[in-house]
Design a protein around this ligand. Structure first.
Ligand SMILES: Cc1ncc(COP(=O)(O)O)c(C=O)c1O
Length: 611
């Protein structure tokens, strides 16, 4: 059966996006490639004057970290703490040469091309690698004709900024009619950097209720309800959705295929563009459901297949990615995107390093073409240093005689196999940490106190009996993906719950954890609330714990410190102690603010001298 063409979404382009035209100069680029042409047209600096002769780096081999199985298994307890590098961290030496003689620009990796002005799609060899990886391995089953196109970005933050620019008009309360105000849907706990990109444009930020998986399609506060009951006096019904569906930040939710289908069909009904921001896609943890079953007798969500050998691409009747690992991952919204309404953001921030500032957008070709126009007049393309180093690491030199060296032992590149193996190793390390933290927190969830009571029948000591009181301190869903554990503190069981204003109690616990002997810093839930109402209603009850950021050997130590801090905090029954904690904190905050101010003053003075 022939695949449908992607839907024309141009009516959603912003006014600025509609008006954009291709860069005249970039149109010349194809002529630059004519062999032997004397190029006096481009305003290009001379590559012989670049101060870098080569770029060289010592890098990991793809198998540096041990993977975890794709099938959920009970992790043997003895292995839980074993989260470190596999035996010897062997290295390779990547080299990007100044010049490569390779004539094919899609294979040529050298500084002469990488450090020169280039095309907005991205550095040709890296662009071609990512495009092929996306189409063949990551999303082999996109249902529209021709499949998606890609464009490189300076990371997902940049990708989202460009997507907003493409699909939303700035709205100003003083200048514009309310009926013109556009909106964006998001999870009720959200990655705030994205919200902070949308809000100043005047967009209505519209939260949708979530459960342990992610966004709810139906039910109270779910997508259906939000859209069906849209109140036009607030502005237009939102035509954009910002969603993090795999290892959501902050909740770590992983959205099942079943839920995806329900949400996608609502997006079709209400004509919504889905912006899927998934930096944690590769970090899916099949053992999350299994650990939950073991500890609590129920999975995190019933919507995930019970079959441990589930292959998502095969089960949907689609093509395989070519890798068991990728086939075992819940697929992107792109896998069901018959209309071409999904704009997906990917990044190297979590798979290489955030400082790379490198990522890509995957979407239907017309949308990518508009984003290319936005790129031409903004970032132009990601840094050539980063693009060439990553291209060389993965792709390696094209043939013998090319002086480059890739990231494999023999000087070739990691290739697709190596890149996927690297991702599997990262998943392994983070999954083991997740298991370690979750297991410790599970064990410390309840405060068990015992008291001795005398028997009513006899007062003799032997007939005394013990009464156990079980108080729940907190709860969490086992992370199914990502880098976070989202914890709800059960303040309602705290001895001072009736006496202290609840948000103050939460703030005091947060401060308490930062004091000795606990010394742990968690993100308070309040910083992930897209609206003040969510913050007041429930945001204050949560903490986000990032098990990724600290070293392997201290995950255990800090997880235990959190349990101990909860236990000790629940022993506080004097309001004065809470007041003292908050007073002390205010003093610390004031000191910090003062120090920051001083610092600012000296920085400004320093800046002024330099100017
Ligand atoms: C959901 C989400 N999106 C985007 C980012 C930032 O990605 P990048 O570094 O590619 O801009 C993060 C980083 O924490 C994130 O959690």
């Amino acid at each position: 059966m022939e695949k449908p063409e992607p839907k024309d979404l141009s009516y959603y382009y912003s006014r600025v996006t509609m008006n954009r035209q291709a860069s005249k100069m970039k149109q010349f680029y194809q002529y630059f490639l004519i062999p032997g042409i004397g190029n006096l047209a481009g305003g290009l600096p001379n590559p012989g004057y670049f101060p870098y002769d080569t770029l060289e780096a010592s890098t990991a081999l793809p198998d540096r970290f041990k993977p975890t199985p794709n099938k959920p298994v009970d992790p043997p307890v003895s292995e839980l703490g074993n989260c470190t590098l596999s035996d010897s961290p062997a290295v390779s030496r990547v080299l990007v040469p100044h010049d490569s003689a390779e004539p094919n620009l899609l294979r040529k990796i050298d500084l002469t091309t990488a450090l020169q002005y280039g095309t907005a799609q991205g550095y040709p060899p890296l662009y071609s690698f990512i495009r092929s990886f996306v189409q063949t391995n990551l999303h082999p089953n996109v249902p529209y004709k021709g499949g998606p196109e890609v464009i490189l970005t300076c990371g997902s933050t940049d990708g989202f900024a460009k997507t907003l620019e493409c699909f939303s008009n700035i709205w100003d309360e003083e200048r514009d009619w309310i009926r013109e105000r556009e909106g964006i849907l998001c999870e009720e706990f959200a990655y705030m950097n994205a919200i902070q990109a949308a809000r100043p444009r005047g967009l209505n930020v519209v939260p949708v209720a979530i459960d342990d998986e992610g966004m709810l399609a139906s039910g109270k506060g779910g997508l259906e309800e939000v859209l069906a009951s849209w109140d036009k006096s607030k502005g237009k019904r939102p035509h954009l959705m910002y969603t993090v569906t795999m290892g959501q930040n902050p909740t770590s939710g992983l959205l099942s295929v079943k839920r995806r289908k329900e949400i996608y069909s609502l997006c079709q009904k209400y004509d919504i563009i889905i912006v899927e921001d998934d930096p944690y896609w590769y970090l899916q943890y099949p053992s999350g459901n299994r650990l939950s079953m073991k500890a609590r007798g129920k999975p995190v969500s019933e919507n995930f297949p019970i079959d441990p050998a589930h292959n998502y691409n095969a089960s949907s009747g689609g093509k395989s990615s070519g890798f068991d690992f990728l086939d075992s991952l819940v697929p992107s919204y792109l896998s069901m995107d018959v209309d071409g309404r999904v704009v997906r953001l990917d990044t190297f921030s979590k798979t290489v390093a955030p400082g790379c500032r490198l990522g890509w957008i995957t979407a239907q070709p017309d949308v990518v073409e508009r984003i290319q126009r936005i790129t031409e007049t903004s970032t132009q393309q990601p840094s050539g240093f980063v693009q060439s180093l990553i291209a060389e690491l993965i792709m390696g030199p094209s043939k013998s005689g090319d002086p480059g060296k890739g990231g494999s032992k023999d000087g070739s590149g990691w290739k697709v196999d190596g890149w996927v193996r690297w991702l599997e190793g990262l998943r392994g390390n983070y999954e083991r940490r997740m298991q370690l933290m979750s297991t410790i927190l599970e064990d410390g969830k309840y405060l068990i106190q015992s008291s001795r009571r005398g028997s009513r029948l006899s007062a003799s000591d032997e007939e005394e009996y013990e009464v156990l009181h079980k108080t729940q301190l907190y709860d969490f869903a086992y992370p199914m993906a990502g880098m976070f554990l989202w914890m709800r503190a059960h303040y309602e069981t705290h001895p001072l719950y009736q006496d202290v204003e609840h948000q103050r109690l939460a703030q005091a616990l947060w401060v308490f954890m930062t004091t000795k002997p606990y010394l742990v810093l968690l993100s308070p839930g309040s910083i992930f609330c897209p609206t003040p109402e969510i913050m007041a209603e429930k945001g204050w009850q949560y903490f986000r714990l990032c098990f990724a950021a600290v070293n392997d050997d201290v995950v255990e130590k800090y997880s235990k410190a959190i349990v101990k801090a909860f236990t000790d905090f629940w022993a506080i029954d004097d309001v004065k102690k809470i007041d003292d904690l908050l007073d002390d904190d205010e003093k610390v905050q004031a000191r910090l603010a003062n120090a920051a101010m001083q610092n600012q003053v000296s920085l400004n003075c320093h800046g002024a001298h330099e100017m």
